[in-house]
Each structure stands twice: as structure tokens, then as C-alpha cells.
Design a protein around this ligand. Sequence first.
Ligand code: NAD
Length: 497
Amino acid sequence: MAALVKMFIGGEFVDSASNESIPVTNPATQAVLGEVPFATGAEIDRAVASAQAAFQTWRETPIPERARLMLKYQDLLKRYQDDIAKGLALETGKTFADAQGDVWRGIEVVEHACNVATLMMGETVENVARRIDTQSYLQPLGVCAGITPFNFPAMIPLWMFPMAIACGNTFVLKPSEQDPMTPMRLAELFVEAGAPQGVLQVVHGGKQQVDALLTHPDIKAVSFVGSVPVAEHVYRTSTANLKRVQALAGAKNHMVIMPDAPKAQTIDSLVGAACGAAGQRCMAISVAVFVGAAKAWIPDLAQAMSKVAPGPWDSKDAAYGPQISPQARNRILDFIAKGKEEGAACLLDGSDCRVAGYPNGNWVGPTLFGGVRTDMTIYREEIFGPVLLVLEVDELDQAIATINANPYGNGTSIFTSSGGAARRFQHEVEVGQVGINVPIPVPLPFFSFTGWRRSFFGDQHAYGKQAVRFYTETKTITSRWFDDVAATGPNMTIRLQ
Ligand code: NAD
């Protein structure tokens, strides 16, 4: 059996005592890279207890010291960026450049966490009544948990634990069981940066381990990123257990192409946004809405998409890598078959995709469907592969109405040279992240990641200022000092006097 992936509990990298495990594979070859254990109930309890014990001292650690840990951590992540990216490419199949991007977008959150003292500043008002002042503080919650998906094994764990820990909390991370080795590397570097024992724990597993965290009485808040059905389950179970929760879910992202858009840049952007990362991004564009005369560009899009092809992580020619697993590939192939069966026109078919030298890879070629109707399965479901659907409408209003009728609201974009059209789109579209001539508008960490509708369950969003609110409780202090003031008798009203 391949080496067991360690867990990180109580400041130590430990082997699980579990007798349940699954292999972690290279998606381009099926070579087994390691064996990931599914933590026992006792191990989950130990991880939470260790985080709970560490919280008592970590919450008292001065904020500049917490910021310094993040400064050191971002330095180490930058130093080992390529090394992390290589490991990440092996277990996800991503191209090296895309793997570097995955790490980089996580580093940006750690950079932001270095600014935690400013981010945690409360508010003060003097003289709210005579000689009475009010101030507010943000205080950490306690033990927080994070559950992450397979598609960004560096970036998404880094959306969570650095902000939570910088705010003074301790953390238990349960990364995706499909690529747990990158998160372990992140934990190793966190230790090297000087993280005190018990501040971060990493446990592995699937549904059972997640449910143990969601129902654990000592966990105060849950951050989740993953598919819609699991996000709904996480949201319901966490709230039923009286926990704070943010659950970021799946998507169906539309890009609107106006006839006045710059054609070459628009098509390039569309191809990258649909096929990049093998379409395994929650912000990937999966529906292109061509408006009016822009419909004439659909053959050019098919032509451009036919020129990109997947390949192994270290190939300079690979536009993207394999799907994460044979099951994920088969699911996409089923959708492609269903699209044909329901009458969509397959303008480019990537079902039978082969890559020389990699006969066992989970390859899917770029796939383009025209003649799509919104009642088709391929339109209603998130496919999560390099499959782009084309819708055709006559007016911008129809494009906006279509997007607003779709249940998801993660990301959308419009390509146009009209300020008026862009302004109308950004105002009227009911989607949380909007790009104007930017296909994948994932905000940098000084903003927050703001999916809407069925792409998000909760209130405060991930990273940015909203993460600080999510990982803290607000305390207000109203104070008066009796200095030279004569007694005035009891105040029998609610008004401050
Ligand atoms: P997934 O929902 O299968 O798994 C996510 C996490 O939940 C994993 O850690 C997994 O172990 C756990 N899990 C799986 N089934 C569970 C269950 N029944 N009960 C409790 N926990 C369970 O998602 P995935 O396939 O790893 O990731 C892809 C999905 O994530 C896509 O739908 C994608 O759109 C979404 N995603 C969303 C965002 C966002 O920001 N909105 C970002 C990245 C990915």
C-alpha cells in the first residue's frame, strides 16, 4: 500500500488509526500517490479538543504577534510556491502554470491576513450621553472548522484558516479526500512559520467526518465550499446545531457577448474561462449568451475551442489537465450524451479525447453545444467540465432575464464596448460577482467572494472584511467614569443619562 497521508493534530503529524482509506491518484496516469485515511471519531474529538485548548492561549496572543505569524507564513508560501504547485499539479492534474495560480491566489489571502490589526478595529463614539462613551471590539469565536473541495486544494484552505486564525480563533480543516496532500504541505509550512501547537489541525475523510464536525458541540463556526447538495446539507446541519455557517456552492455562470464587443479578445476570454482548469472552477463560464449580430461569431468560437487540448501538468502545450477522477470524467461524458439525446447540437465533441503517452488519463476535450434550451439537463445542472453551452437571444434584456431565471448566482460577465449596456447589466443582473470585459471576476482578498442565490448559503461571505465579521463576535462597551459628578438619583428609564 502507498504511504498513508498524515493528519495534523495537537501540533504533530500523525498516522490515523482508522482502517478505512482510499488512494490519492494522479489523474493523468492513475498512479497512486498516497493513501488517505478517514479519521476515526476519537481522532476528530482529539483534533477539536486540541484546538479548544489552544484557543485559550491563542486568543490572548497580541495581535501584532498573530500578524507576524502570517507575515512569516506568506514569505514561506512564496519561497516554496513552485514546490507546492508541483505537488498540487500531480494530485489534481492541473497544468503547472494553473497550479501556480492556485497557490498564488491563496497567498494573496495570507497577505491580507497580515493586515489583521487594522481589519479588527472596532468603532468608538465619545459622548453617546453625558460623559458616556461607547466602543466596540471584535473578539474571536473559538474553534472554527473548514471543509474544502477538490478543485483548489491550496487556494480554498487558504481562504479559510489564515483569516480565522489571524482573528484569534483556532481551526480544524477537513480538506477534500481527493487531493489532501497539498493541504498537508500548507500545514507543514504553517508549522515552519511558527504556528503554536493546536492552532491548526487537519483531519481527513468524507461525509461521516464532516458530519462529526458539523455536530460537534465545541465548534462555533463552519466554513464550507463544495457542491450545492452538500452545501445545503452543511448549512442545514450547522444551523440545526446552532453554529454560524458560510457555505459556498456550485454554479452555472453565463457570459453575455454583445455585438459591439471586441471579437478576438472576447473569444479568447471565453475559451479560457470555459476550458481553463478543465472547467473545474466554480467561476468557469459554462454558458455563452450571444446577443443579436454577435451570433455570427459562434463558428469562430468553435474554431478557437478546437485548437485547445488537454495534456499532462508539465507539458507546455497543454491548455488544461485531466478531470480529477474517472467518475468525474464519466459524469461529464454522461452529460454530453444527454445533451445530444435532448436535441442540442454538439458543435465540438470532446468525449473521445486521447492524449499521447497517457492512455489512462481522465481526459475530456473541449466541448461546445449550440441550440441549447433552458429546460435541457445540460443547462439545468452544473457539469463541471470543459463543456460550453451557447444560448442565442436578440436583446440584452433577454440575456439578463435568462440569467436571473437561473437558480445559481456565483459569477457572470458581459463583453461589450458600451458603457450603457455594461451599467444596465451590472445593476440588473442578480448574480454576486460581475465582470465587465473580465470573464472570471474572482475578487481579490480585500473584497469578499460574494456568490448569491443557490451558489451561497449563509450571510457573511468568504475572505475580505466579511471573513473578519464571520470569524468574530462584536462586543460593545458603554462606559462612564464618575469624576467630579454629583449623584443625581436613580435613572428609571432606558435612556442613557
Ligand atoms: P463536494 O461537495 O463533493 O465535496 C466538498 C467537500 O464536502 C469535500 O471535503 C467532501 O469530502 C465533503 N463531502 C462530500 N460529500 C459529502 C456529504 N454527503 N456530506 C458531508 N460532506 C461531504 O465538492 P467537490 O466535488 O469536491 O468540489 C466541486 C464543487 O465545489 C462544485 O460544485 C463547485 O462549483 C464547488 N465549488 C464552489 C466554490 C465557490 O466558491 N462557490 C469554489 C470551489 C468549488
